[in-house]
Design a protein around this ligand. Structure first.
Ligand SMILES: Cc1cc2nc3c(=O)[nH]c(=O)nc-3n(C[C@H](O)[C@H](O)[C@H](O)COP(=O)(O)OP(=O)(O)OC[C@H]3O[C@@H](n4cnc5c(N)ncnc54)[C@H](O)[C@@H]3O)c2cc1C
Length: 565
């Protein structure tokens, strides 16, 4: 079974420590139980118990310390971290968030040439510390060029930092807040660490009303010495973008964890509820919604796992992850919203109840598309790859499932963040040839028409500057990339034809939906509109396949998992 089931966690791990981490984390939450989990959420209790648990077990130290600085099985292993991501989010986004912002905070540290800072971070990890990334500012959103945190030069290479940061997770308790600023009197960027305990660090408030502490903090003449500086100039800029490259990938896993728990709650409830003398799961539309939610969730996981493989084999000569990562970020997280929408329509009032994890899921699933760059920012990034993806494929050696226990060195040596337009991809047709099922064939047809549109009714200069038009185009392109990696991974994991055909049933429908959106854009030309209409297709109906999938894969999940009370 591809979905996480904490009560039956038999996934193979390459080493005992990895298995121990996952099983102990599951045991921690199951021992805490649903009642307390919900109560802490309701009362916005800071998750000190979880931080204490991770400190005691050395979890972040093992999972987030690269080998030269860590001990034993410590390594930064994306495959292993995905597992941990999924488990944390399964139990609650807040627990995931303190881990996620620690990852973000450690990014500029492990990317830095400052050995002293790295040794300090490793020691703090051993002591159970959490970390923070101070990138965002209140007035600037995605526009980090406009950073106002100002470092005034002092004698002997020191600085005084002044300014505010906003939306900084763990900013209340991180001894090393990786903070992004600019050197006064120049356009030079700088990354340095600030300690929340310093008297020049003013913790202003928690911006959110949640279990997490998302800080607004100010530095007032905060003294920054050489020992605190992580990077400067283009290296600091690259560290900011490259850190987000790592972090944004995890957002997809948060959505997967949330949706999986919500799915179990929904199917358990619906299968046990009787209306008009029959089970709710006997309604045809309920079956359709569950089957769709299931297919979308499996697709989310197949895609995110596969994108992880490309992240782990990345090198200066293979930067395909720069397309696949933002796709995890924008597509997997928005699919998560879709899954929750479908499930909520089924379980209706139950989804509001105070003793349901679902009620948290319905709220939290909305966060993931919006953090670390909105969906728009990521589609705007994704479309930069479109021309090479369709018209200039390159040869690469095949990429297997990369689940071996090794440190992902390249993540902290990604190099300059520019040159995206030069990146080439392997031919997507290879993946689309892996499954001979009707809905993959229908989707291939849609892709063919879309490629014809790009080649013969190419968006003109005005359309390419119109982000509204470009975003609609980007949604169609994203679906092609999404389908490619889903197929590659379905093949690697031996996913059956029925499941793949059901996944491409929604892919065909979604492609048609976005084609209609592009058609409807004010700027679309008659030639583009005609081609858009040709992209509108109905999935191939196969009642027997649908019934099998419902019975053997979807309805079969009822009663399999229920969190301890
Ligand atoms: C709960 C929470 C926790 C957070 N944690 C952290 C943290 O720990 N550290 C940290 O540094 N930050 C953190 N952030 C900040 C967050 O990552 C950013 O604020 C967010 O990615 C951008 O959202 P914004 O509201 O500032 O959007 P804005 O950047 O203000 O965007 C406004 C609108 O313009 C669009 N837009 C902006 N730029 C572009 C573009 N280039 N192309 C197309 N459309 C564009 C957006 O899509 C949006 O619709 C956190 C935020 C929240 C809410």
């Amino acid at each position: 079974m591809i979905l996480l089931n904490p009560k039956h966690h038999t996934r193979p791990y390459p080493d005992g420590r990895s298995r121990e981490i996952m099983l102990k984390t599951i045991a921690f939450f199951e021992a805490k139980g649903k009642r307390r989990l919900k109560e802490d959420d309701r009362k916005r209790v800071w998750y000190a118990d979880f931080i204490e648990f991770q400190r005691g077990e050395g979890l972040f130290a093992t999972l987030l310390t690269p080998p030269p600085y860590g001990e034993g099985d410590a390594r930064w292993d994306t495959w292993r971290n995905c597992e941990f991501n999924e488990i944390l989010a399964f139990y609650g986004l807040a627990y995931w968030y303190t881990w996620q912002v620690s990852i973000l905070g450690l990014g500029p540290i492990w990317m830095s040439p400052n050995e002293e800072a790295k040794r300090k971070a490793a020691a703090l990890l051993r002591d159970g510390a959490v970390f923070a990334l101070g990138l965002s500012e209140r007035a600037h959103g995605a526009d980090i060029y406009a950073t106002e945190m100002a470092l005034a030069p002092q004698p002997a290479g020191a600085y005084r930092a002044n300014g505010e940061k906003y939306y900084i997770g763990n900013g209340n308790t991180a001894p090393m807040v990786s903070t992004f600023g600019k050197i006064v009197g120049s356009d030079e960027y700088i990354f340095f660490t600030a300690d929340y305990r310093h008297r020049s660090y003013e913790l202003i408030r928690n911006i959110t009303d949640s279990q997490s502490y998302v800080a607004n903090f100010a530095l007032h003449d905060y003294p920054v010495t050489e020992a605190d500086i992580l990077s400067r100039g283009p290296a600091a800029w690259d560290a900011a973008l490259n850190t987000v490259n790592i972090g944004k990938y995890n957002l997809g896993w948060a959505s997967i964890g949330i949706c999986t728990h919500a799915f179990y709650e929904a199917i358990n409830h619906a299968a046990g509820r009787r209306l008009y003398g029959m089970a709710v799961t006997d309604f045809p539309h309920v079956r359709q919604m569950f089957t769709d939610a299931y297919a979308r969730l499996v697709a989310m996981k197949l895609f995110a796992l596969r994108a992880g493989d490309y992240l782990r084999v990345a090198s200066p000569a293979d930067r395909r992850y720069l397309l696949f990562n933002p796709t995890v970020k924008m597509k997997v997280t928005t699919q998560g919203e879709e899954v929750i929408n479908l499930l909520w329509d089924v379980i209706a009032a139950k989804g509001f109840e105070r003793d349901m994890v679902f009620e948290m899921a319905a709220r939290d699933i909305r966060a993931l598309p919006k953090l670390e760059g909105t969906v728009h920012v990521n589609i705007a990034l994704i479309v930069k790859f479109m021309a090479n993806y369709f018209f200039a494929p390159a040869e690469y050696p095949p990429v297997p499932t990369v689940d071996d226990p090794r440190n992902d060195d390249f993540l902290f040596a990604q190099g300059a963040a520019r040159g995206l337009g030069k990146i080439q991809f392997h031919d997507y047709n290879l993946a689309y040839g892996l499954y001979d099922v009707p809905n993959v064939a229908a989707f291939r047809e849609q892709i063919r028409v879309f490629k014809t549109l790009l080649a013969t009714a190419t968006p003109d200069e005005a359309q390419q500057k119109d982000t509204d038009f470009l975003l609609a185009l980007g949604e169609l392109f994203t679906l092609v990339v999404y389908g490619q990696l889903i197929l590659e991974n379905a093949n690697l994991y031996g996913v059956d034809d029925d499941t793949v055909d059901q996944i491409f049933d929604f892919m065909v429908r979604d492609f048609a939906k976005y084609a209609l959106q592009l058609y409807s854009k004010p700027g679309s030309t008659p030639a583009q509109m005609a081609l858009c209409l040709t992209m509108i297709r109905k999935p191939v109906v196969d009642a027997a396949r649908y019934d099998r999938l419902w019975r053997d894969s979807v309805y079969a999940l009822r009663g399999l998992y229920e969190m301890n009370p």
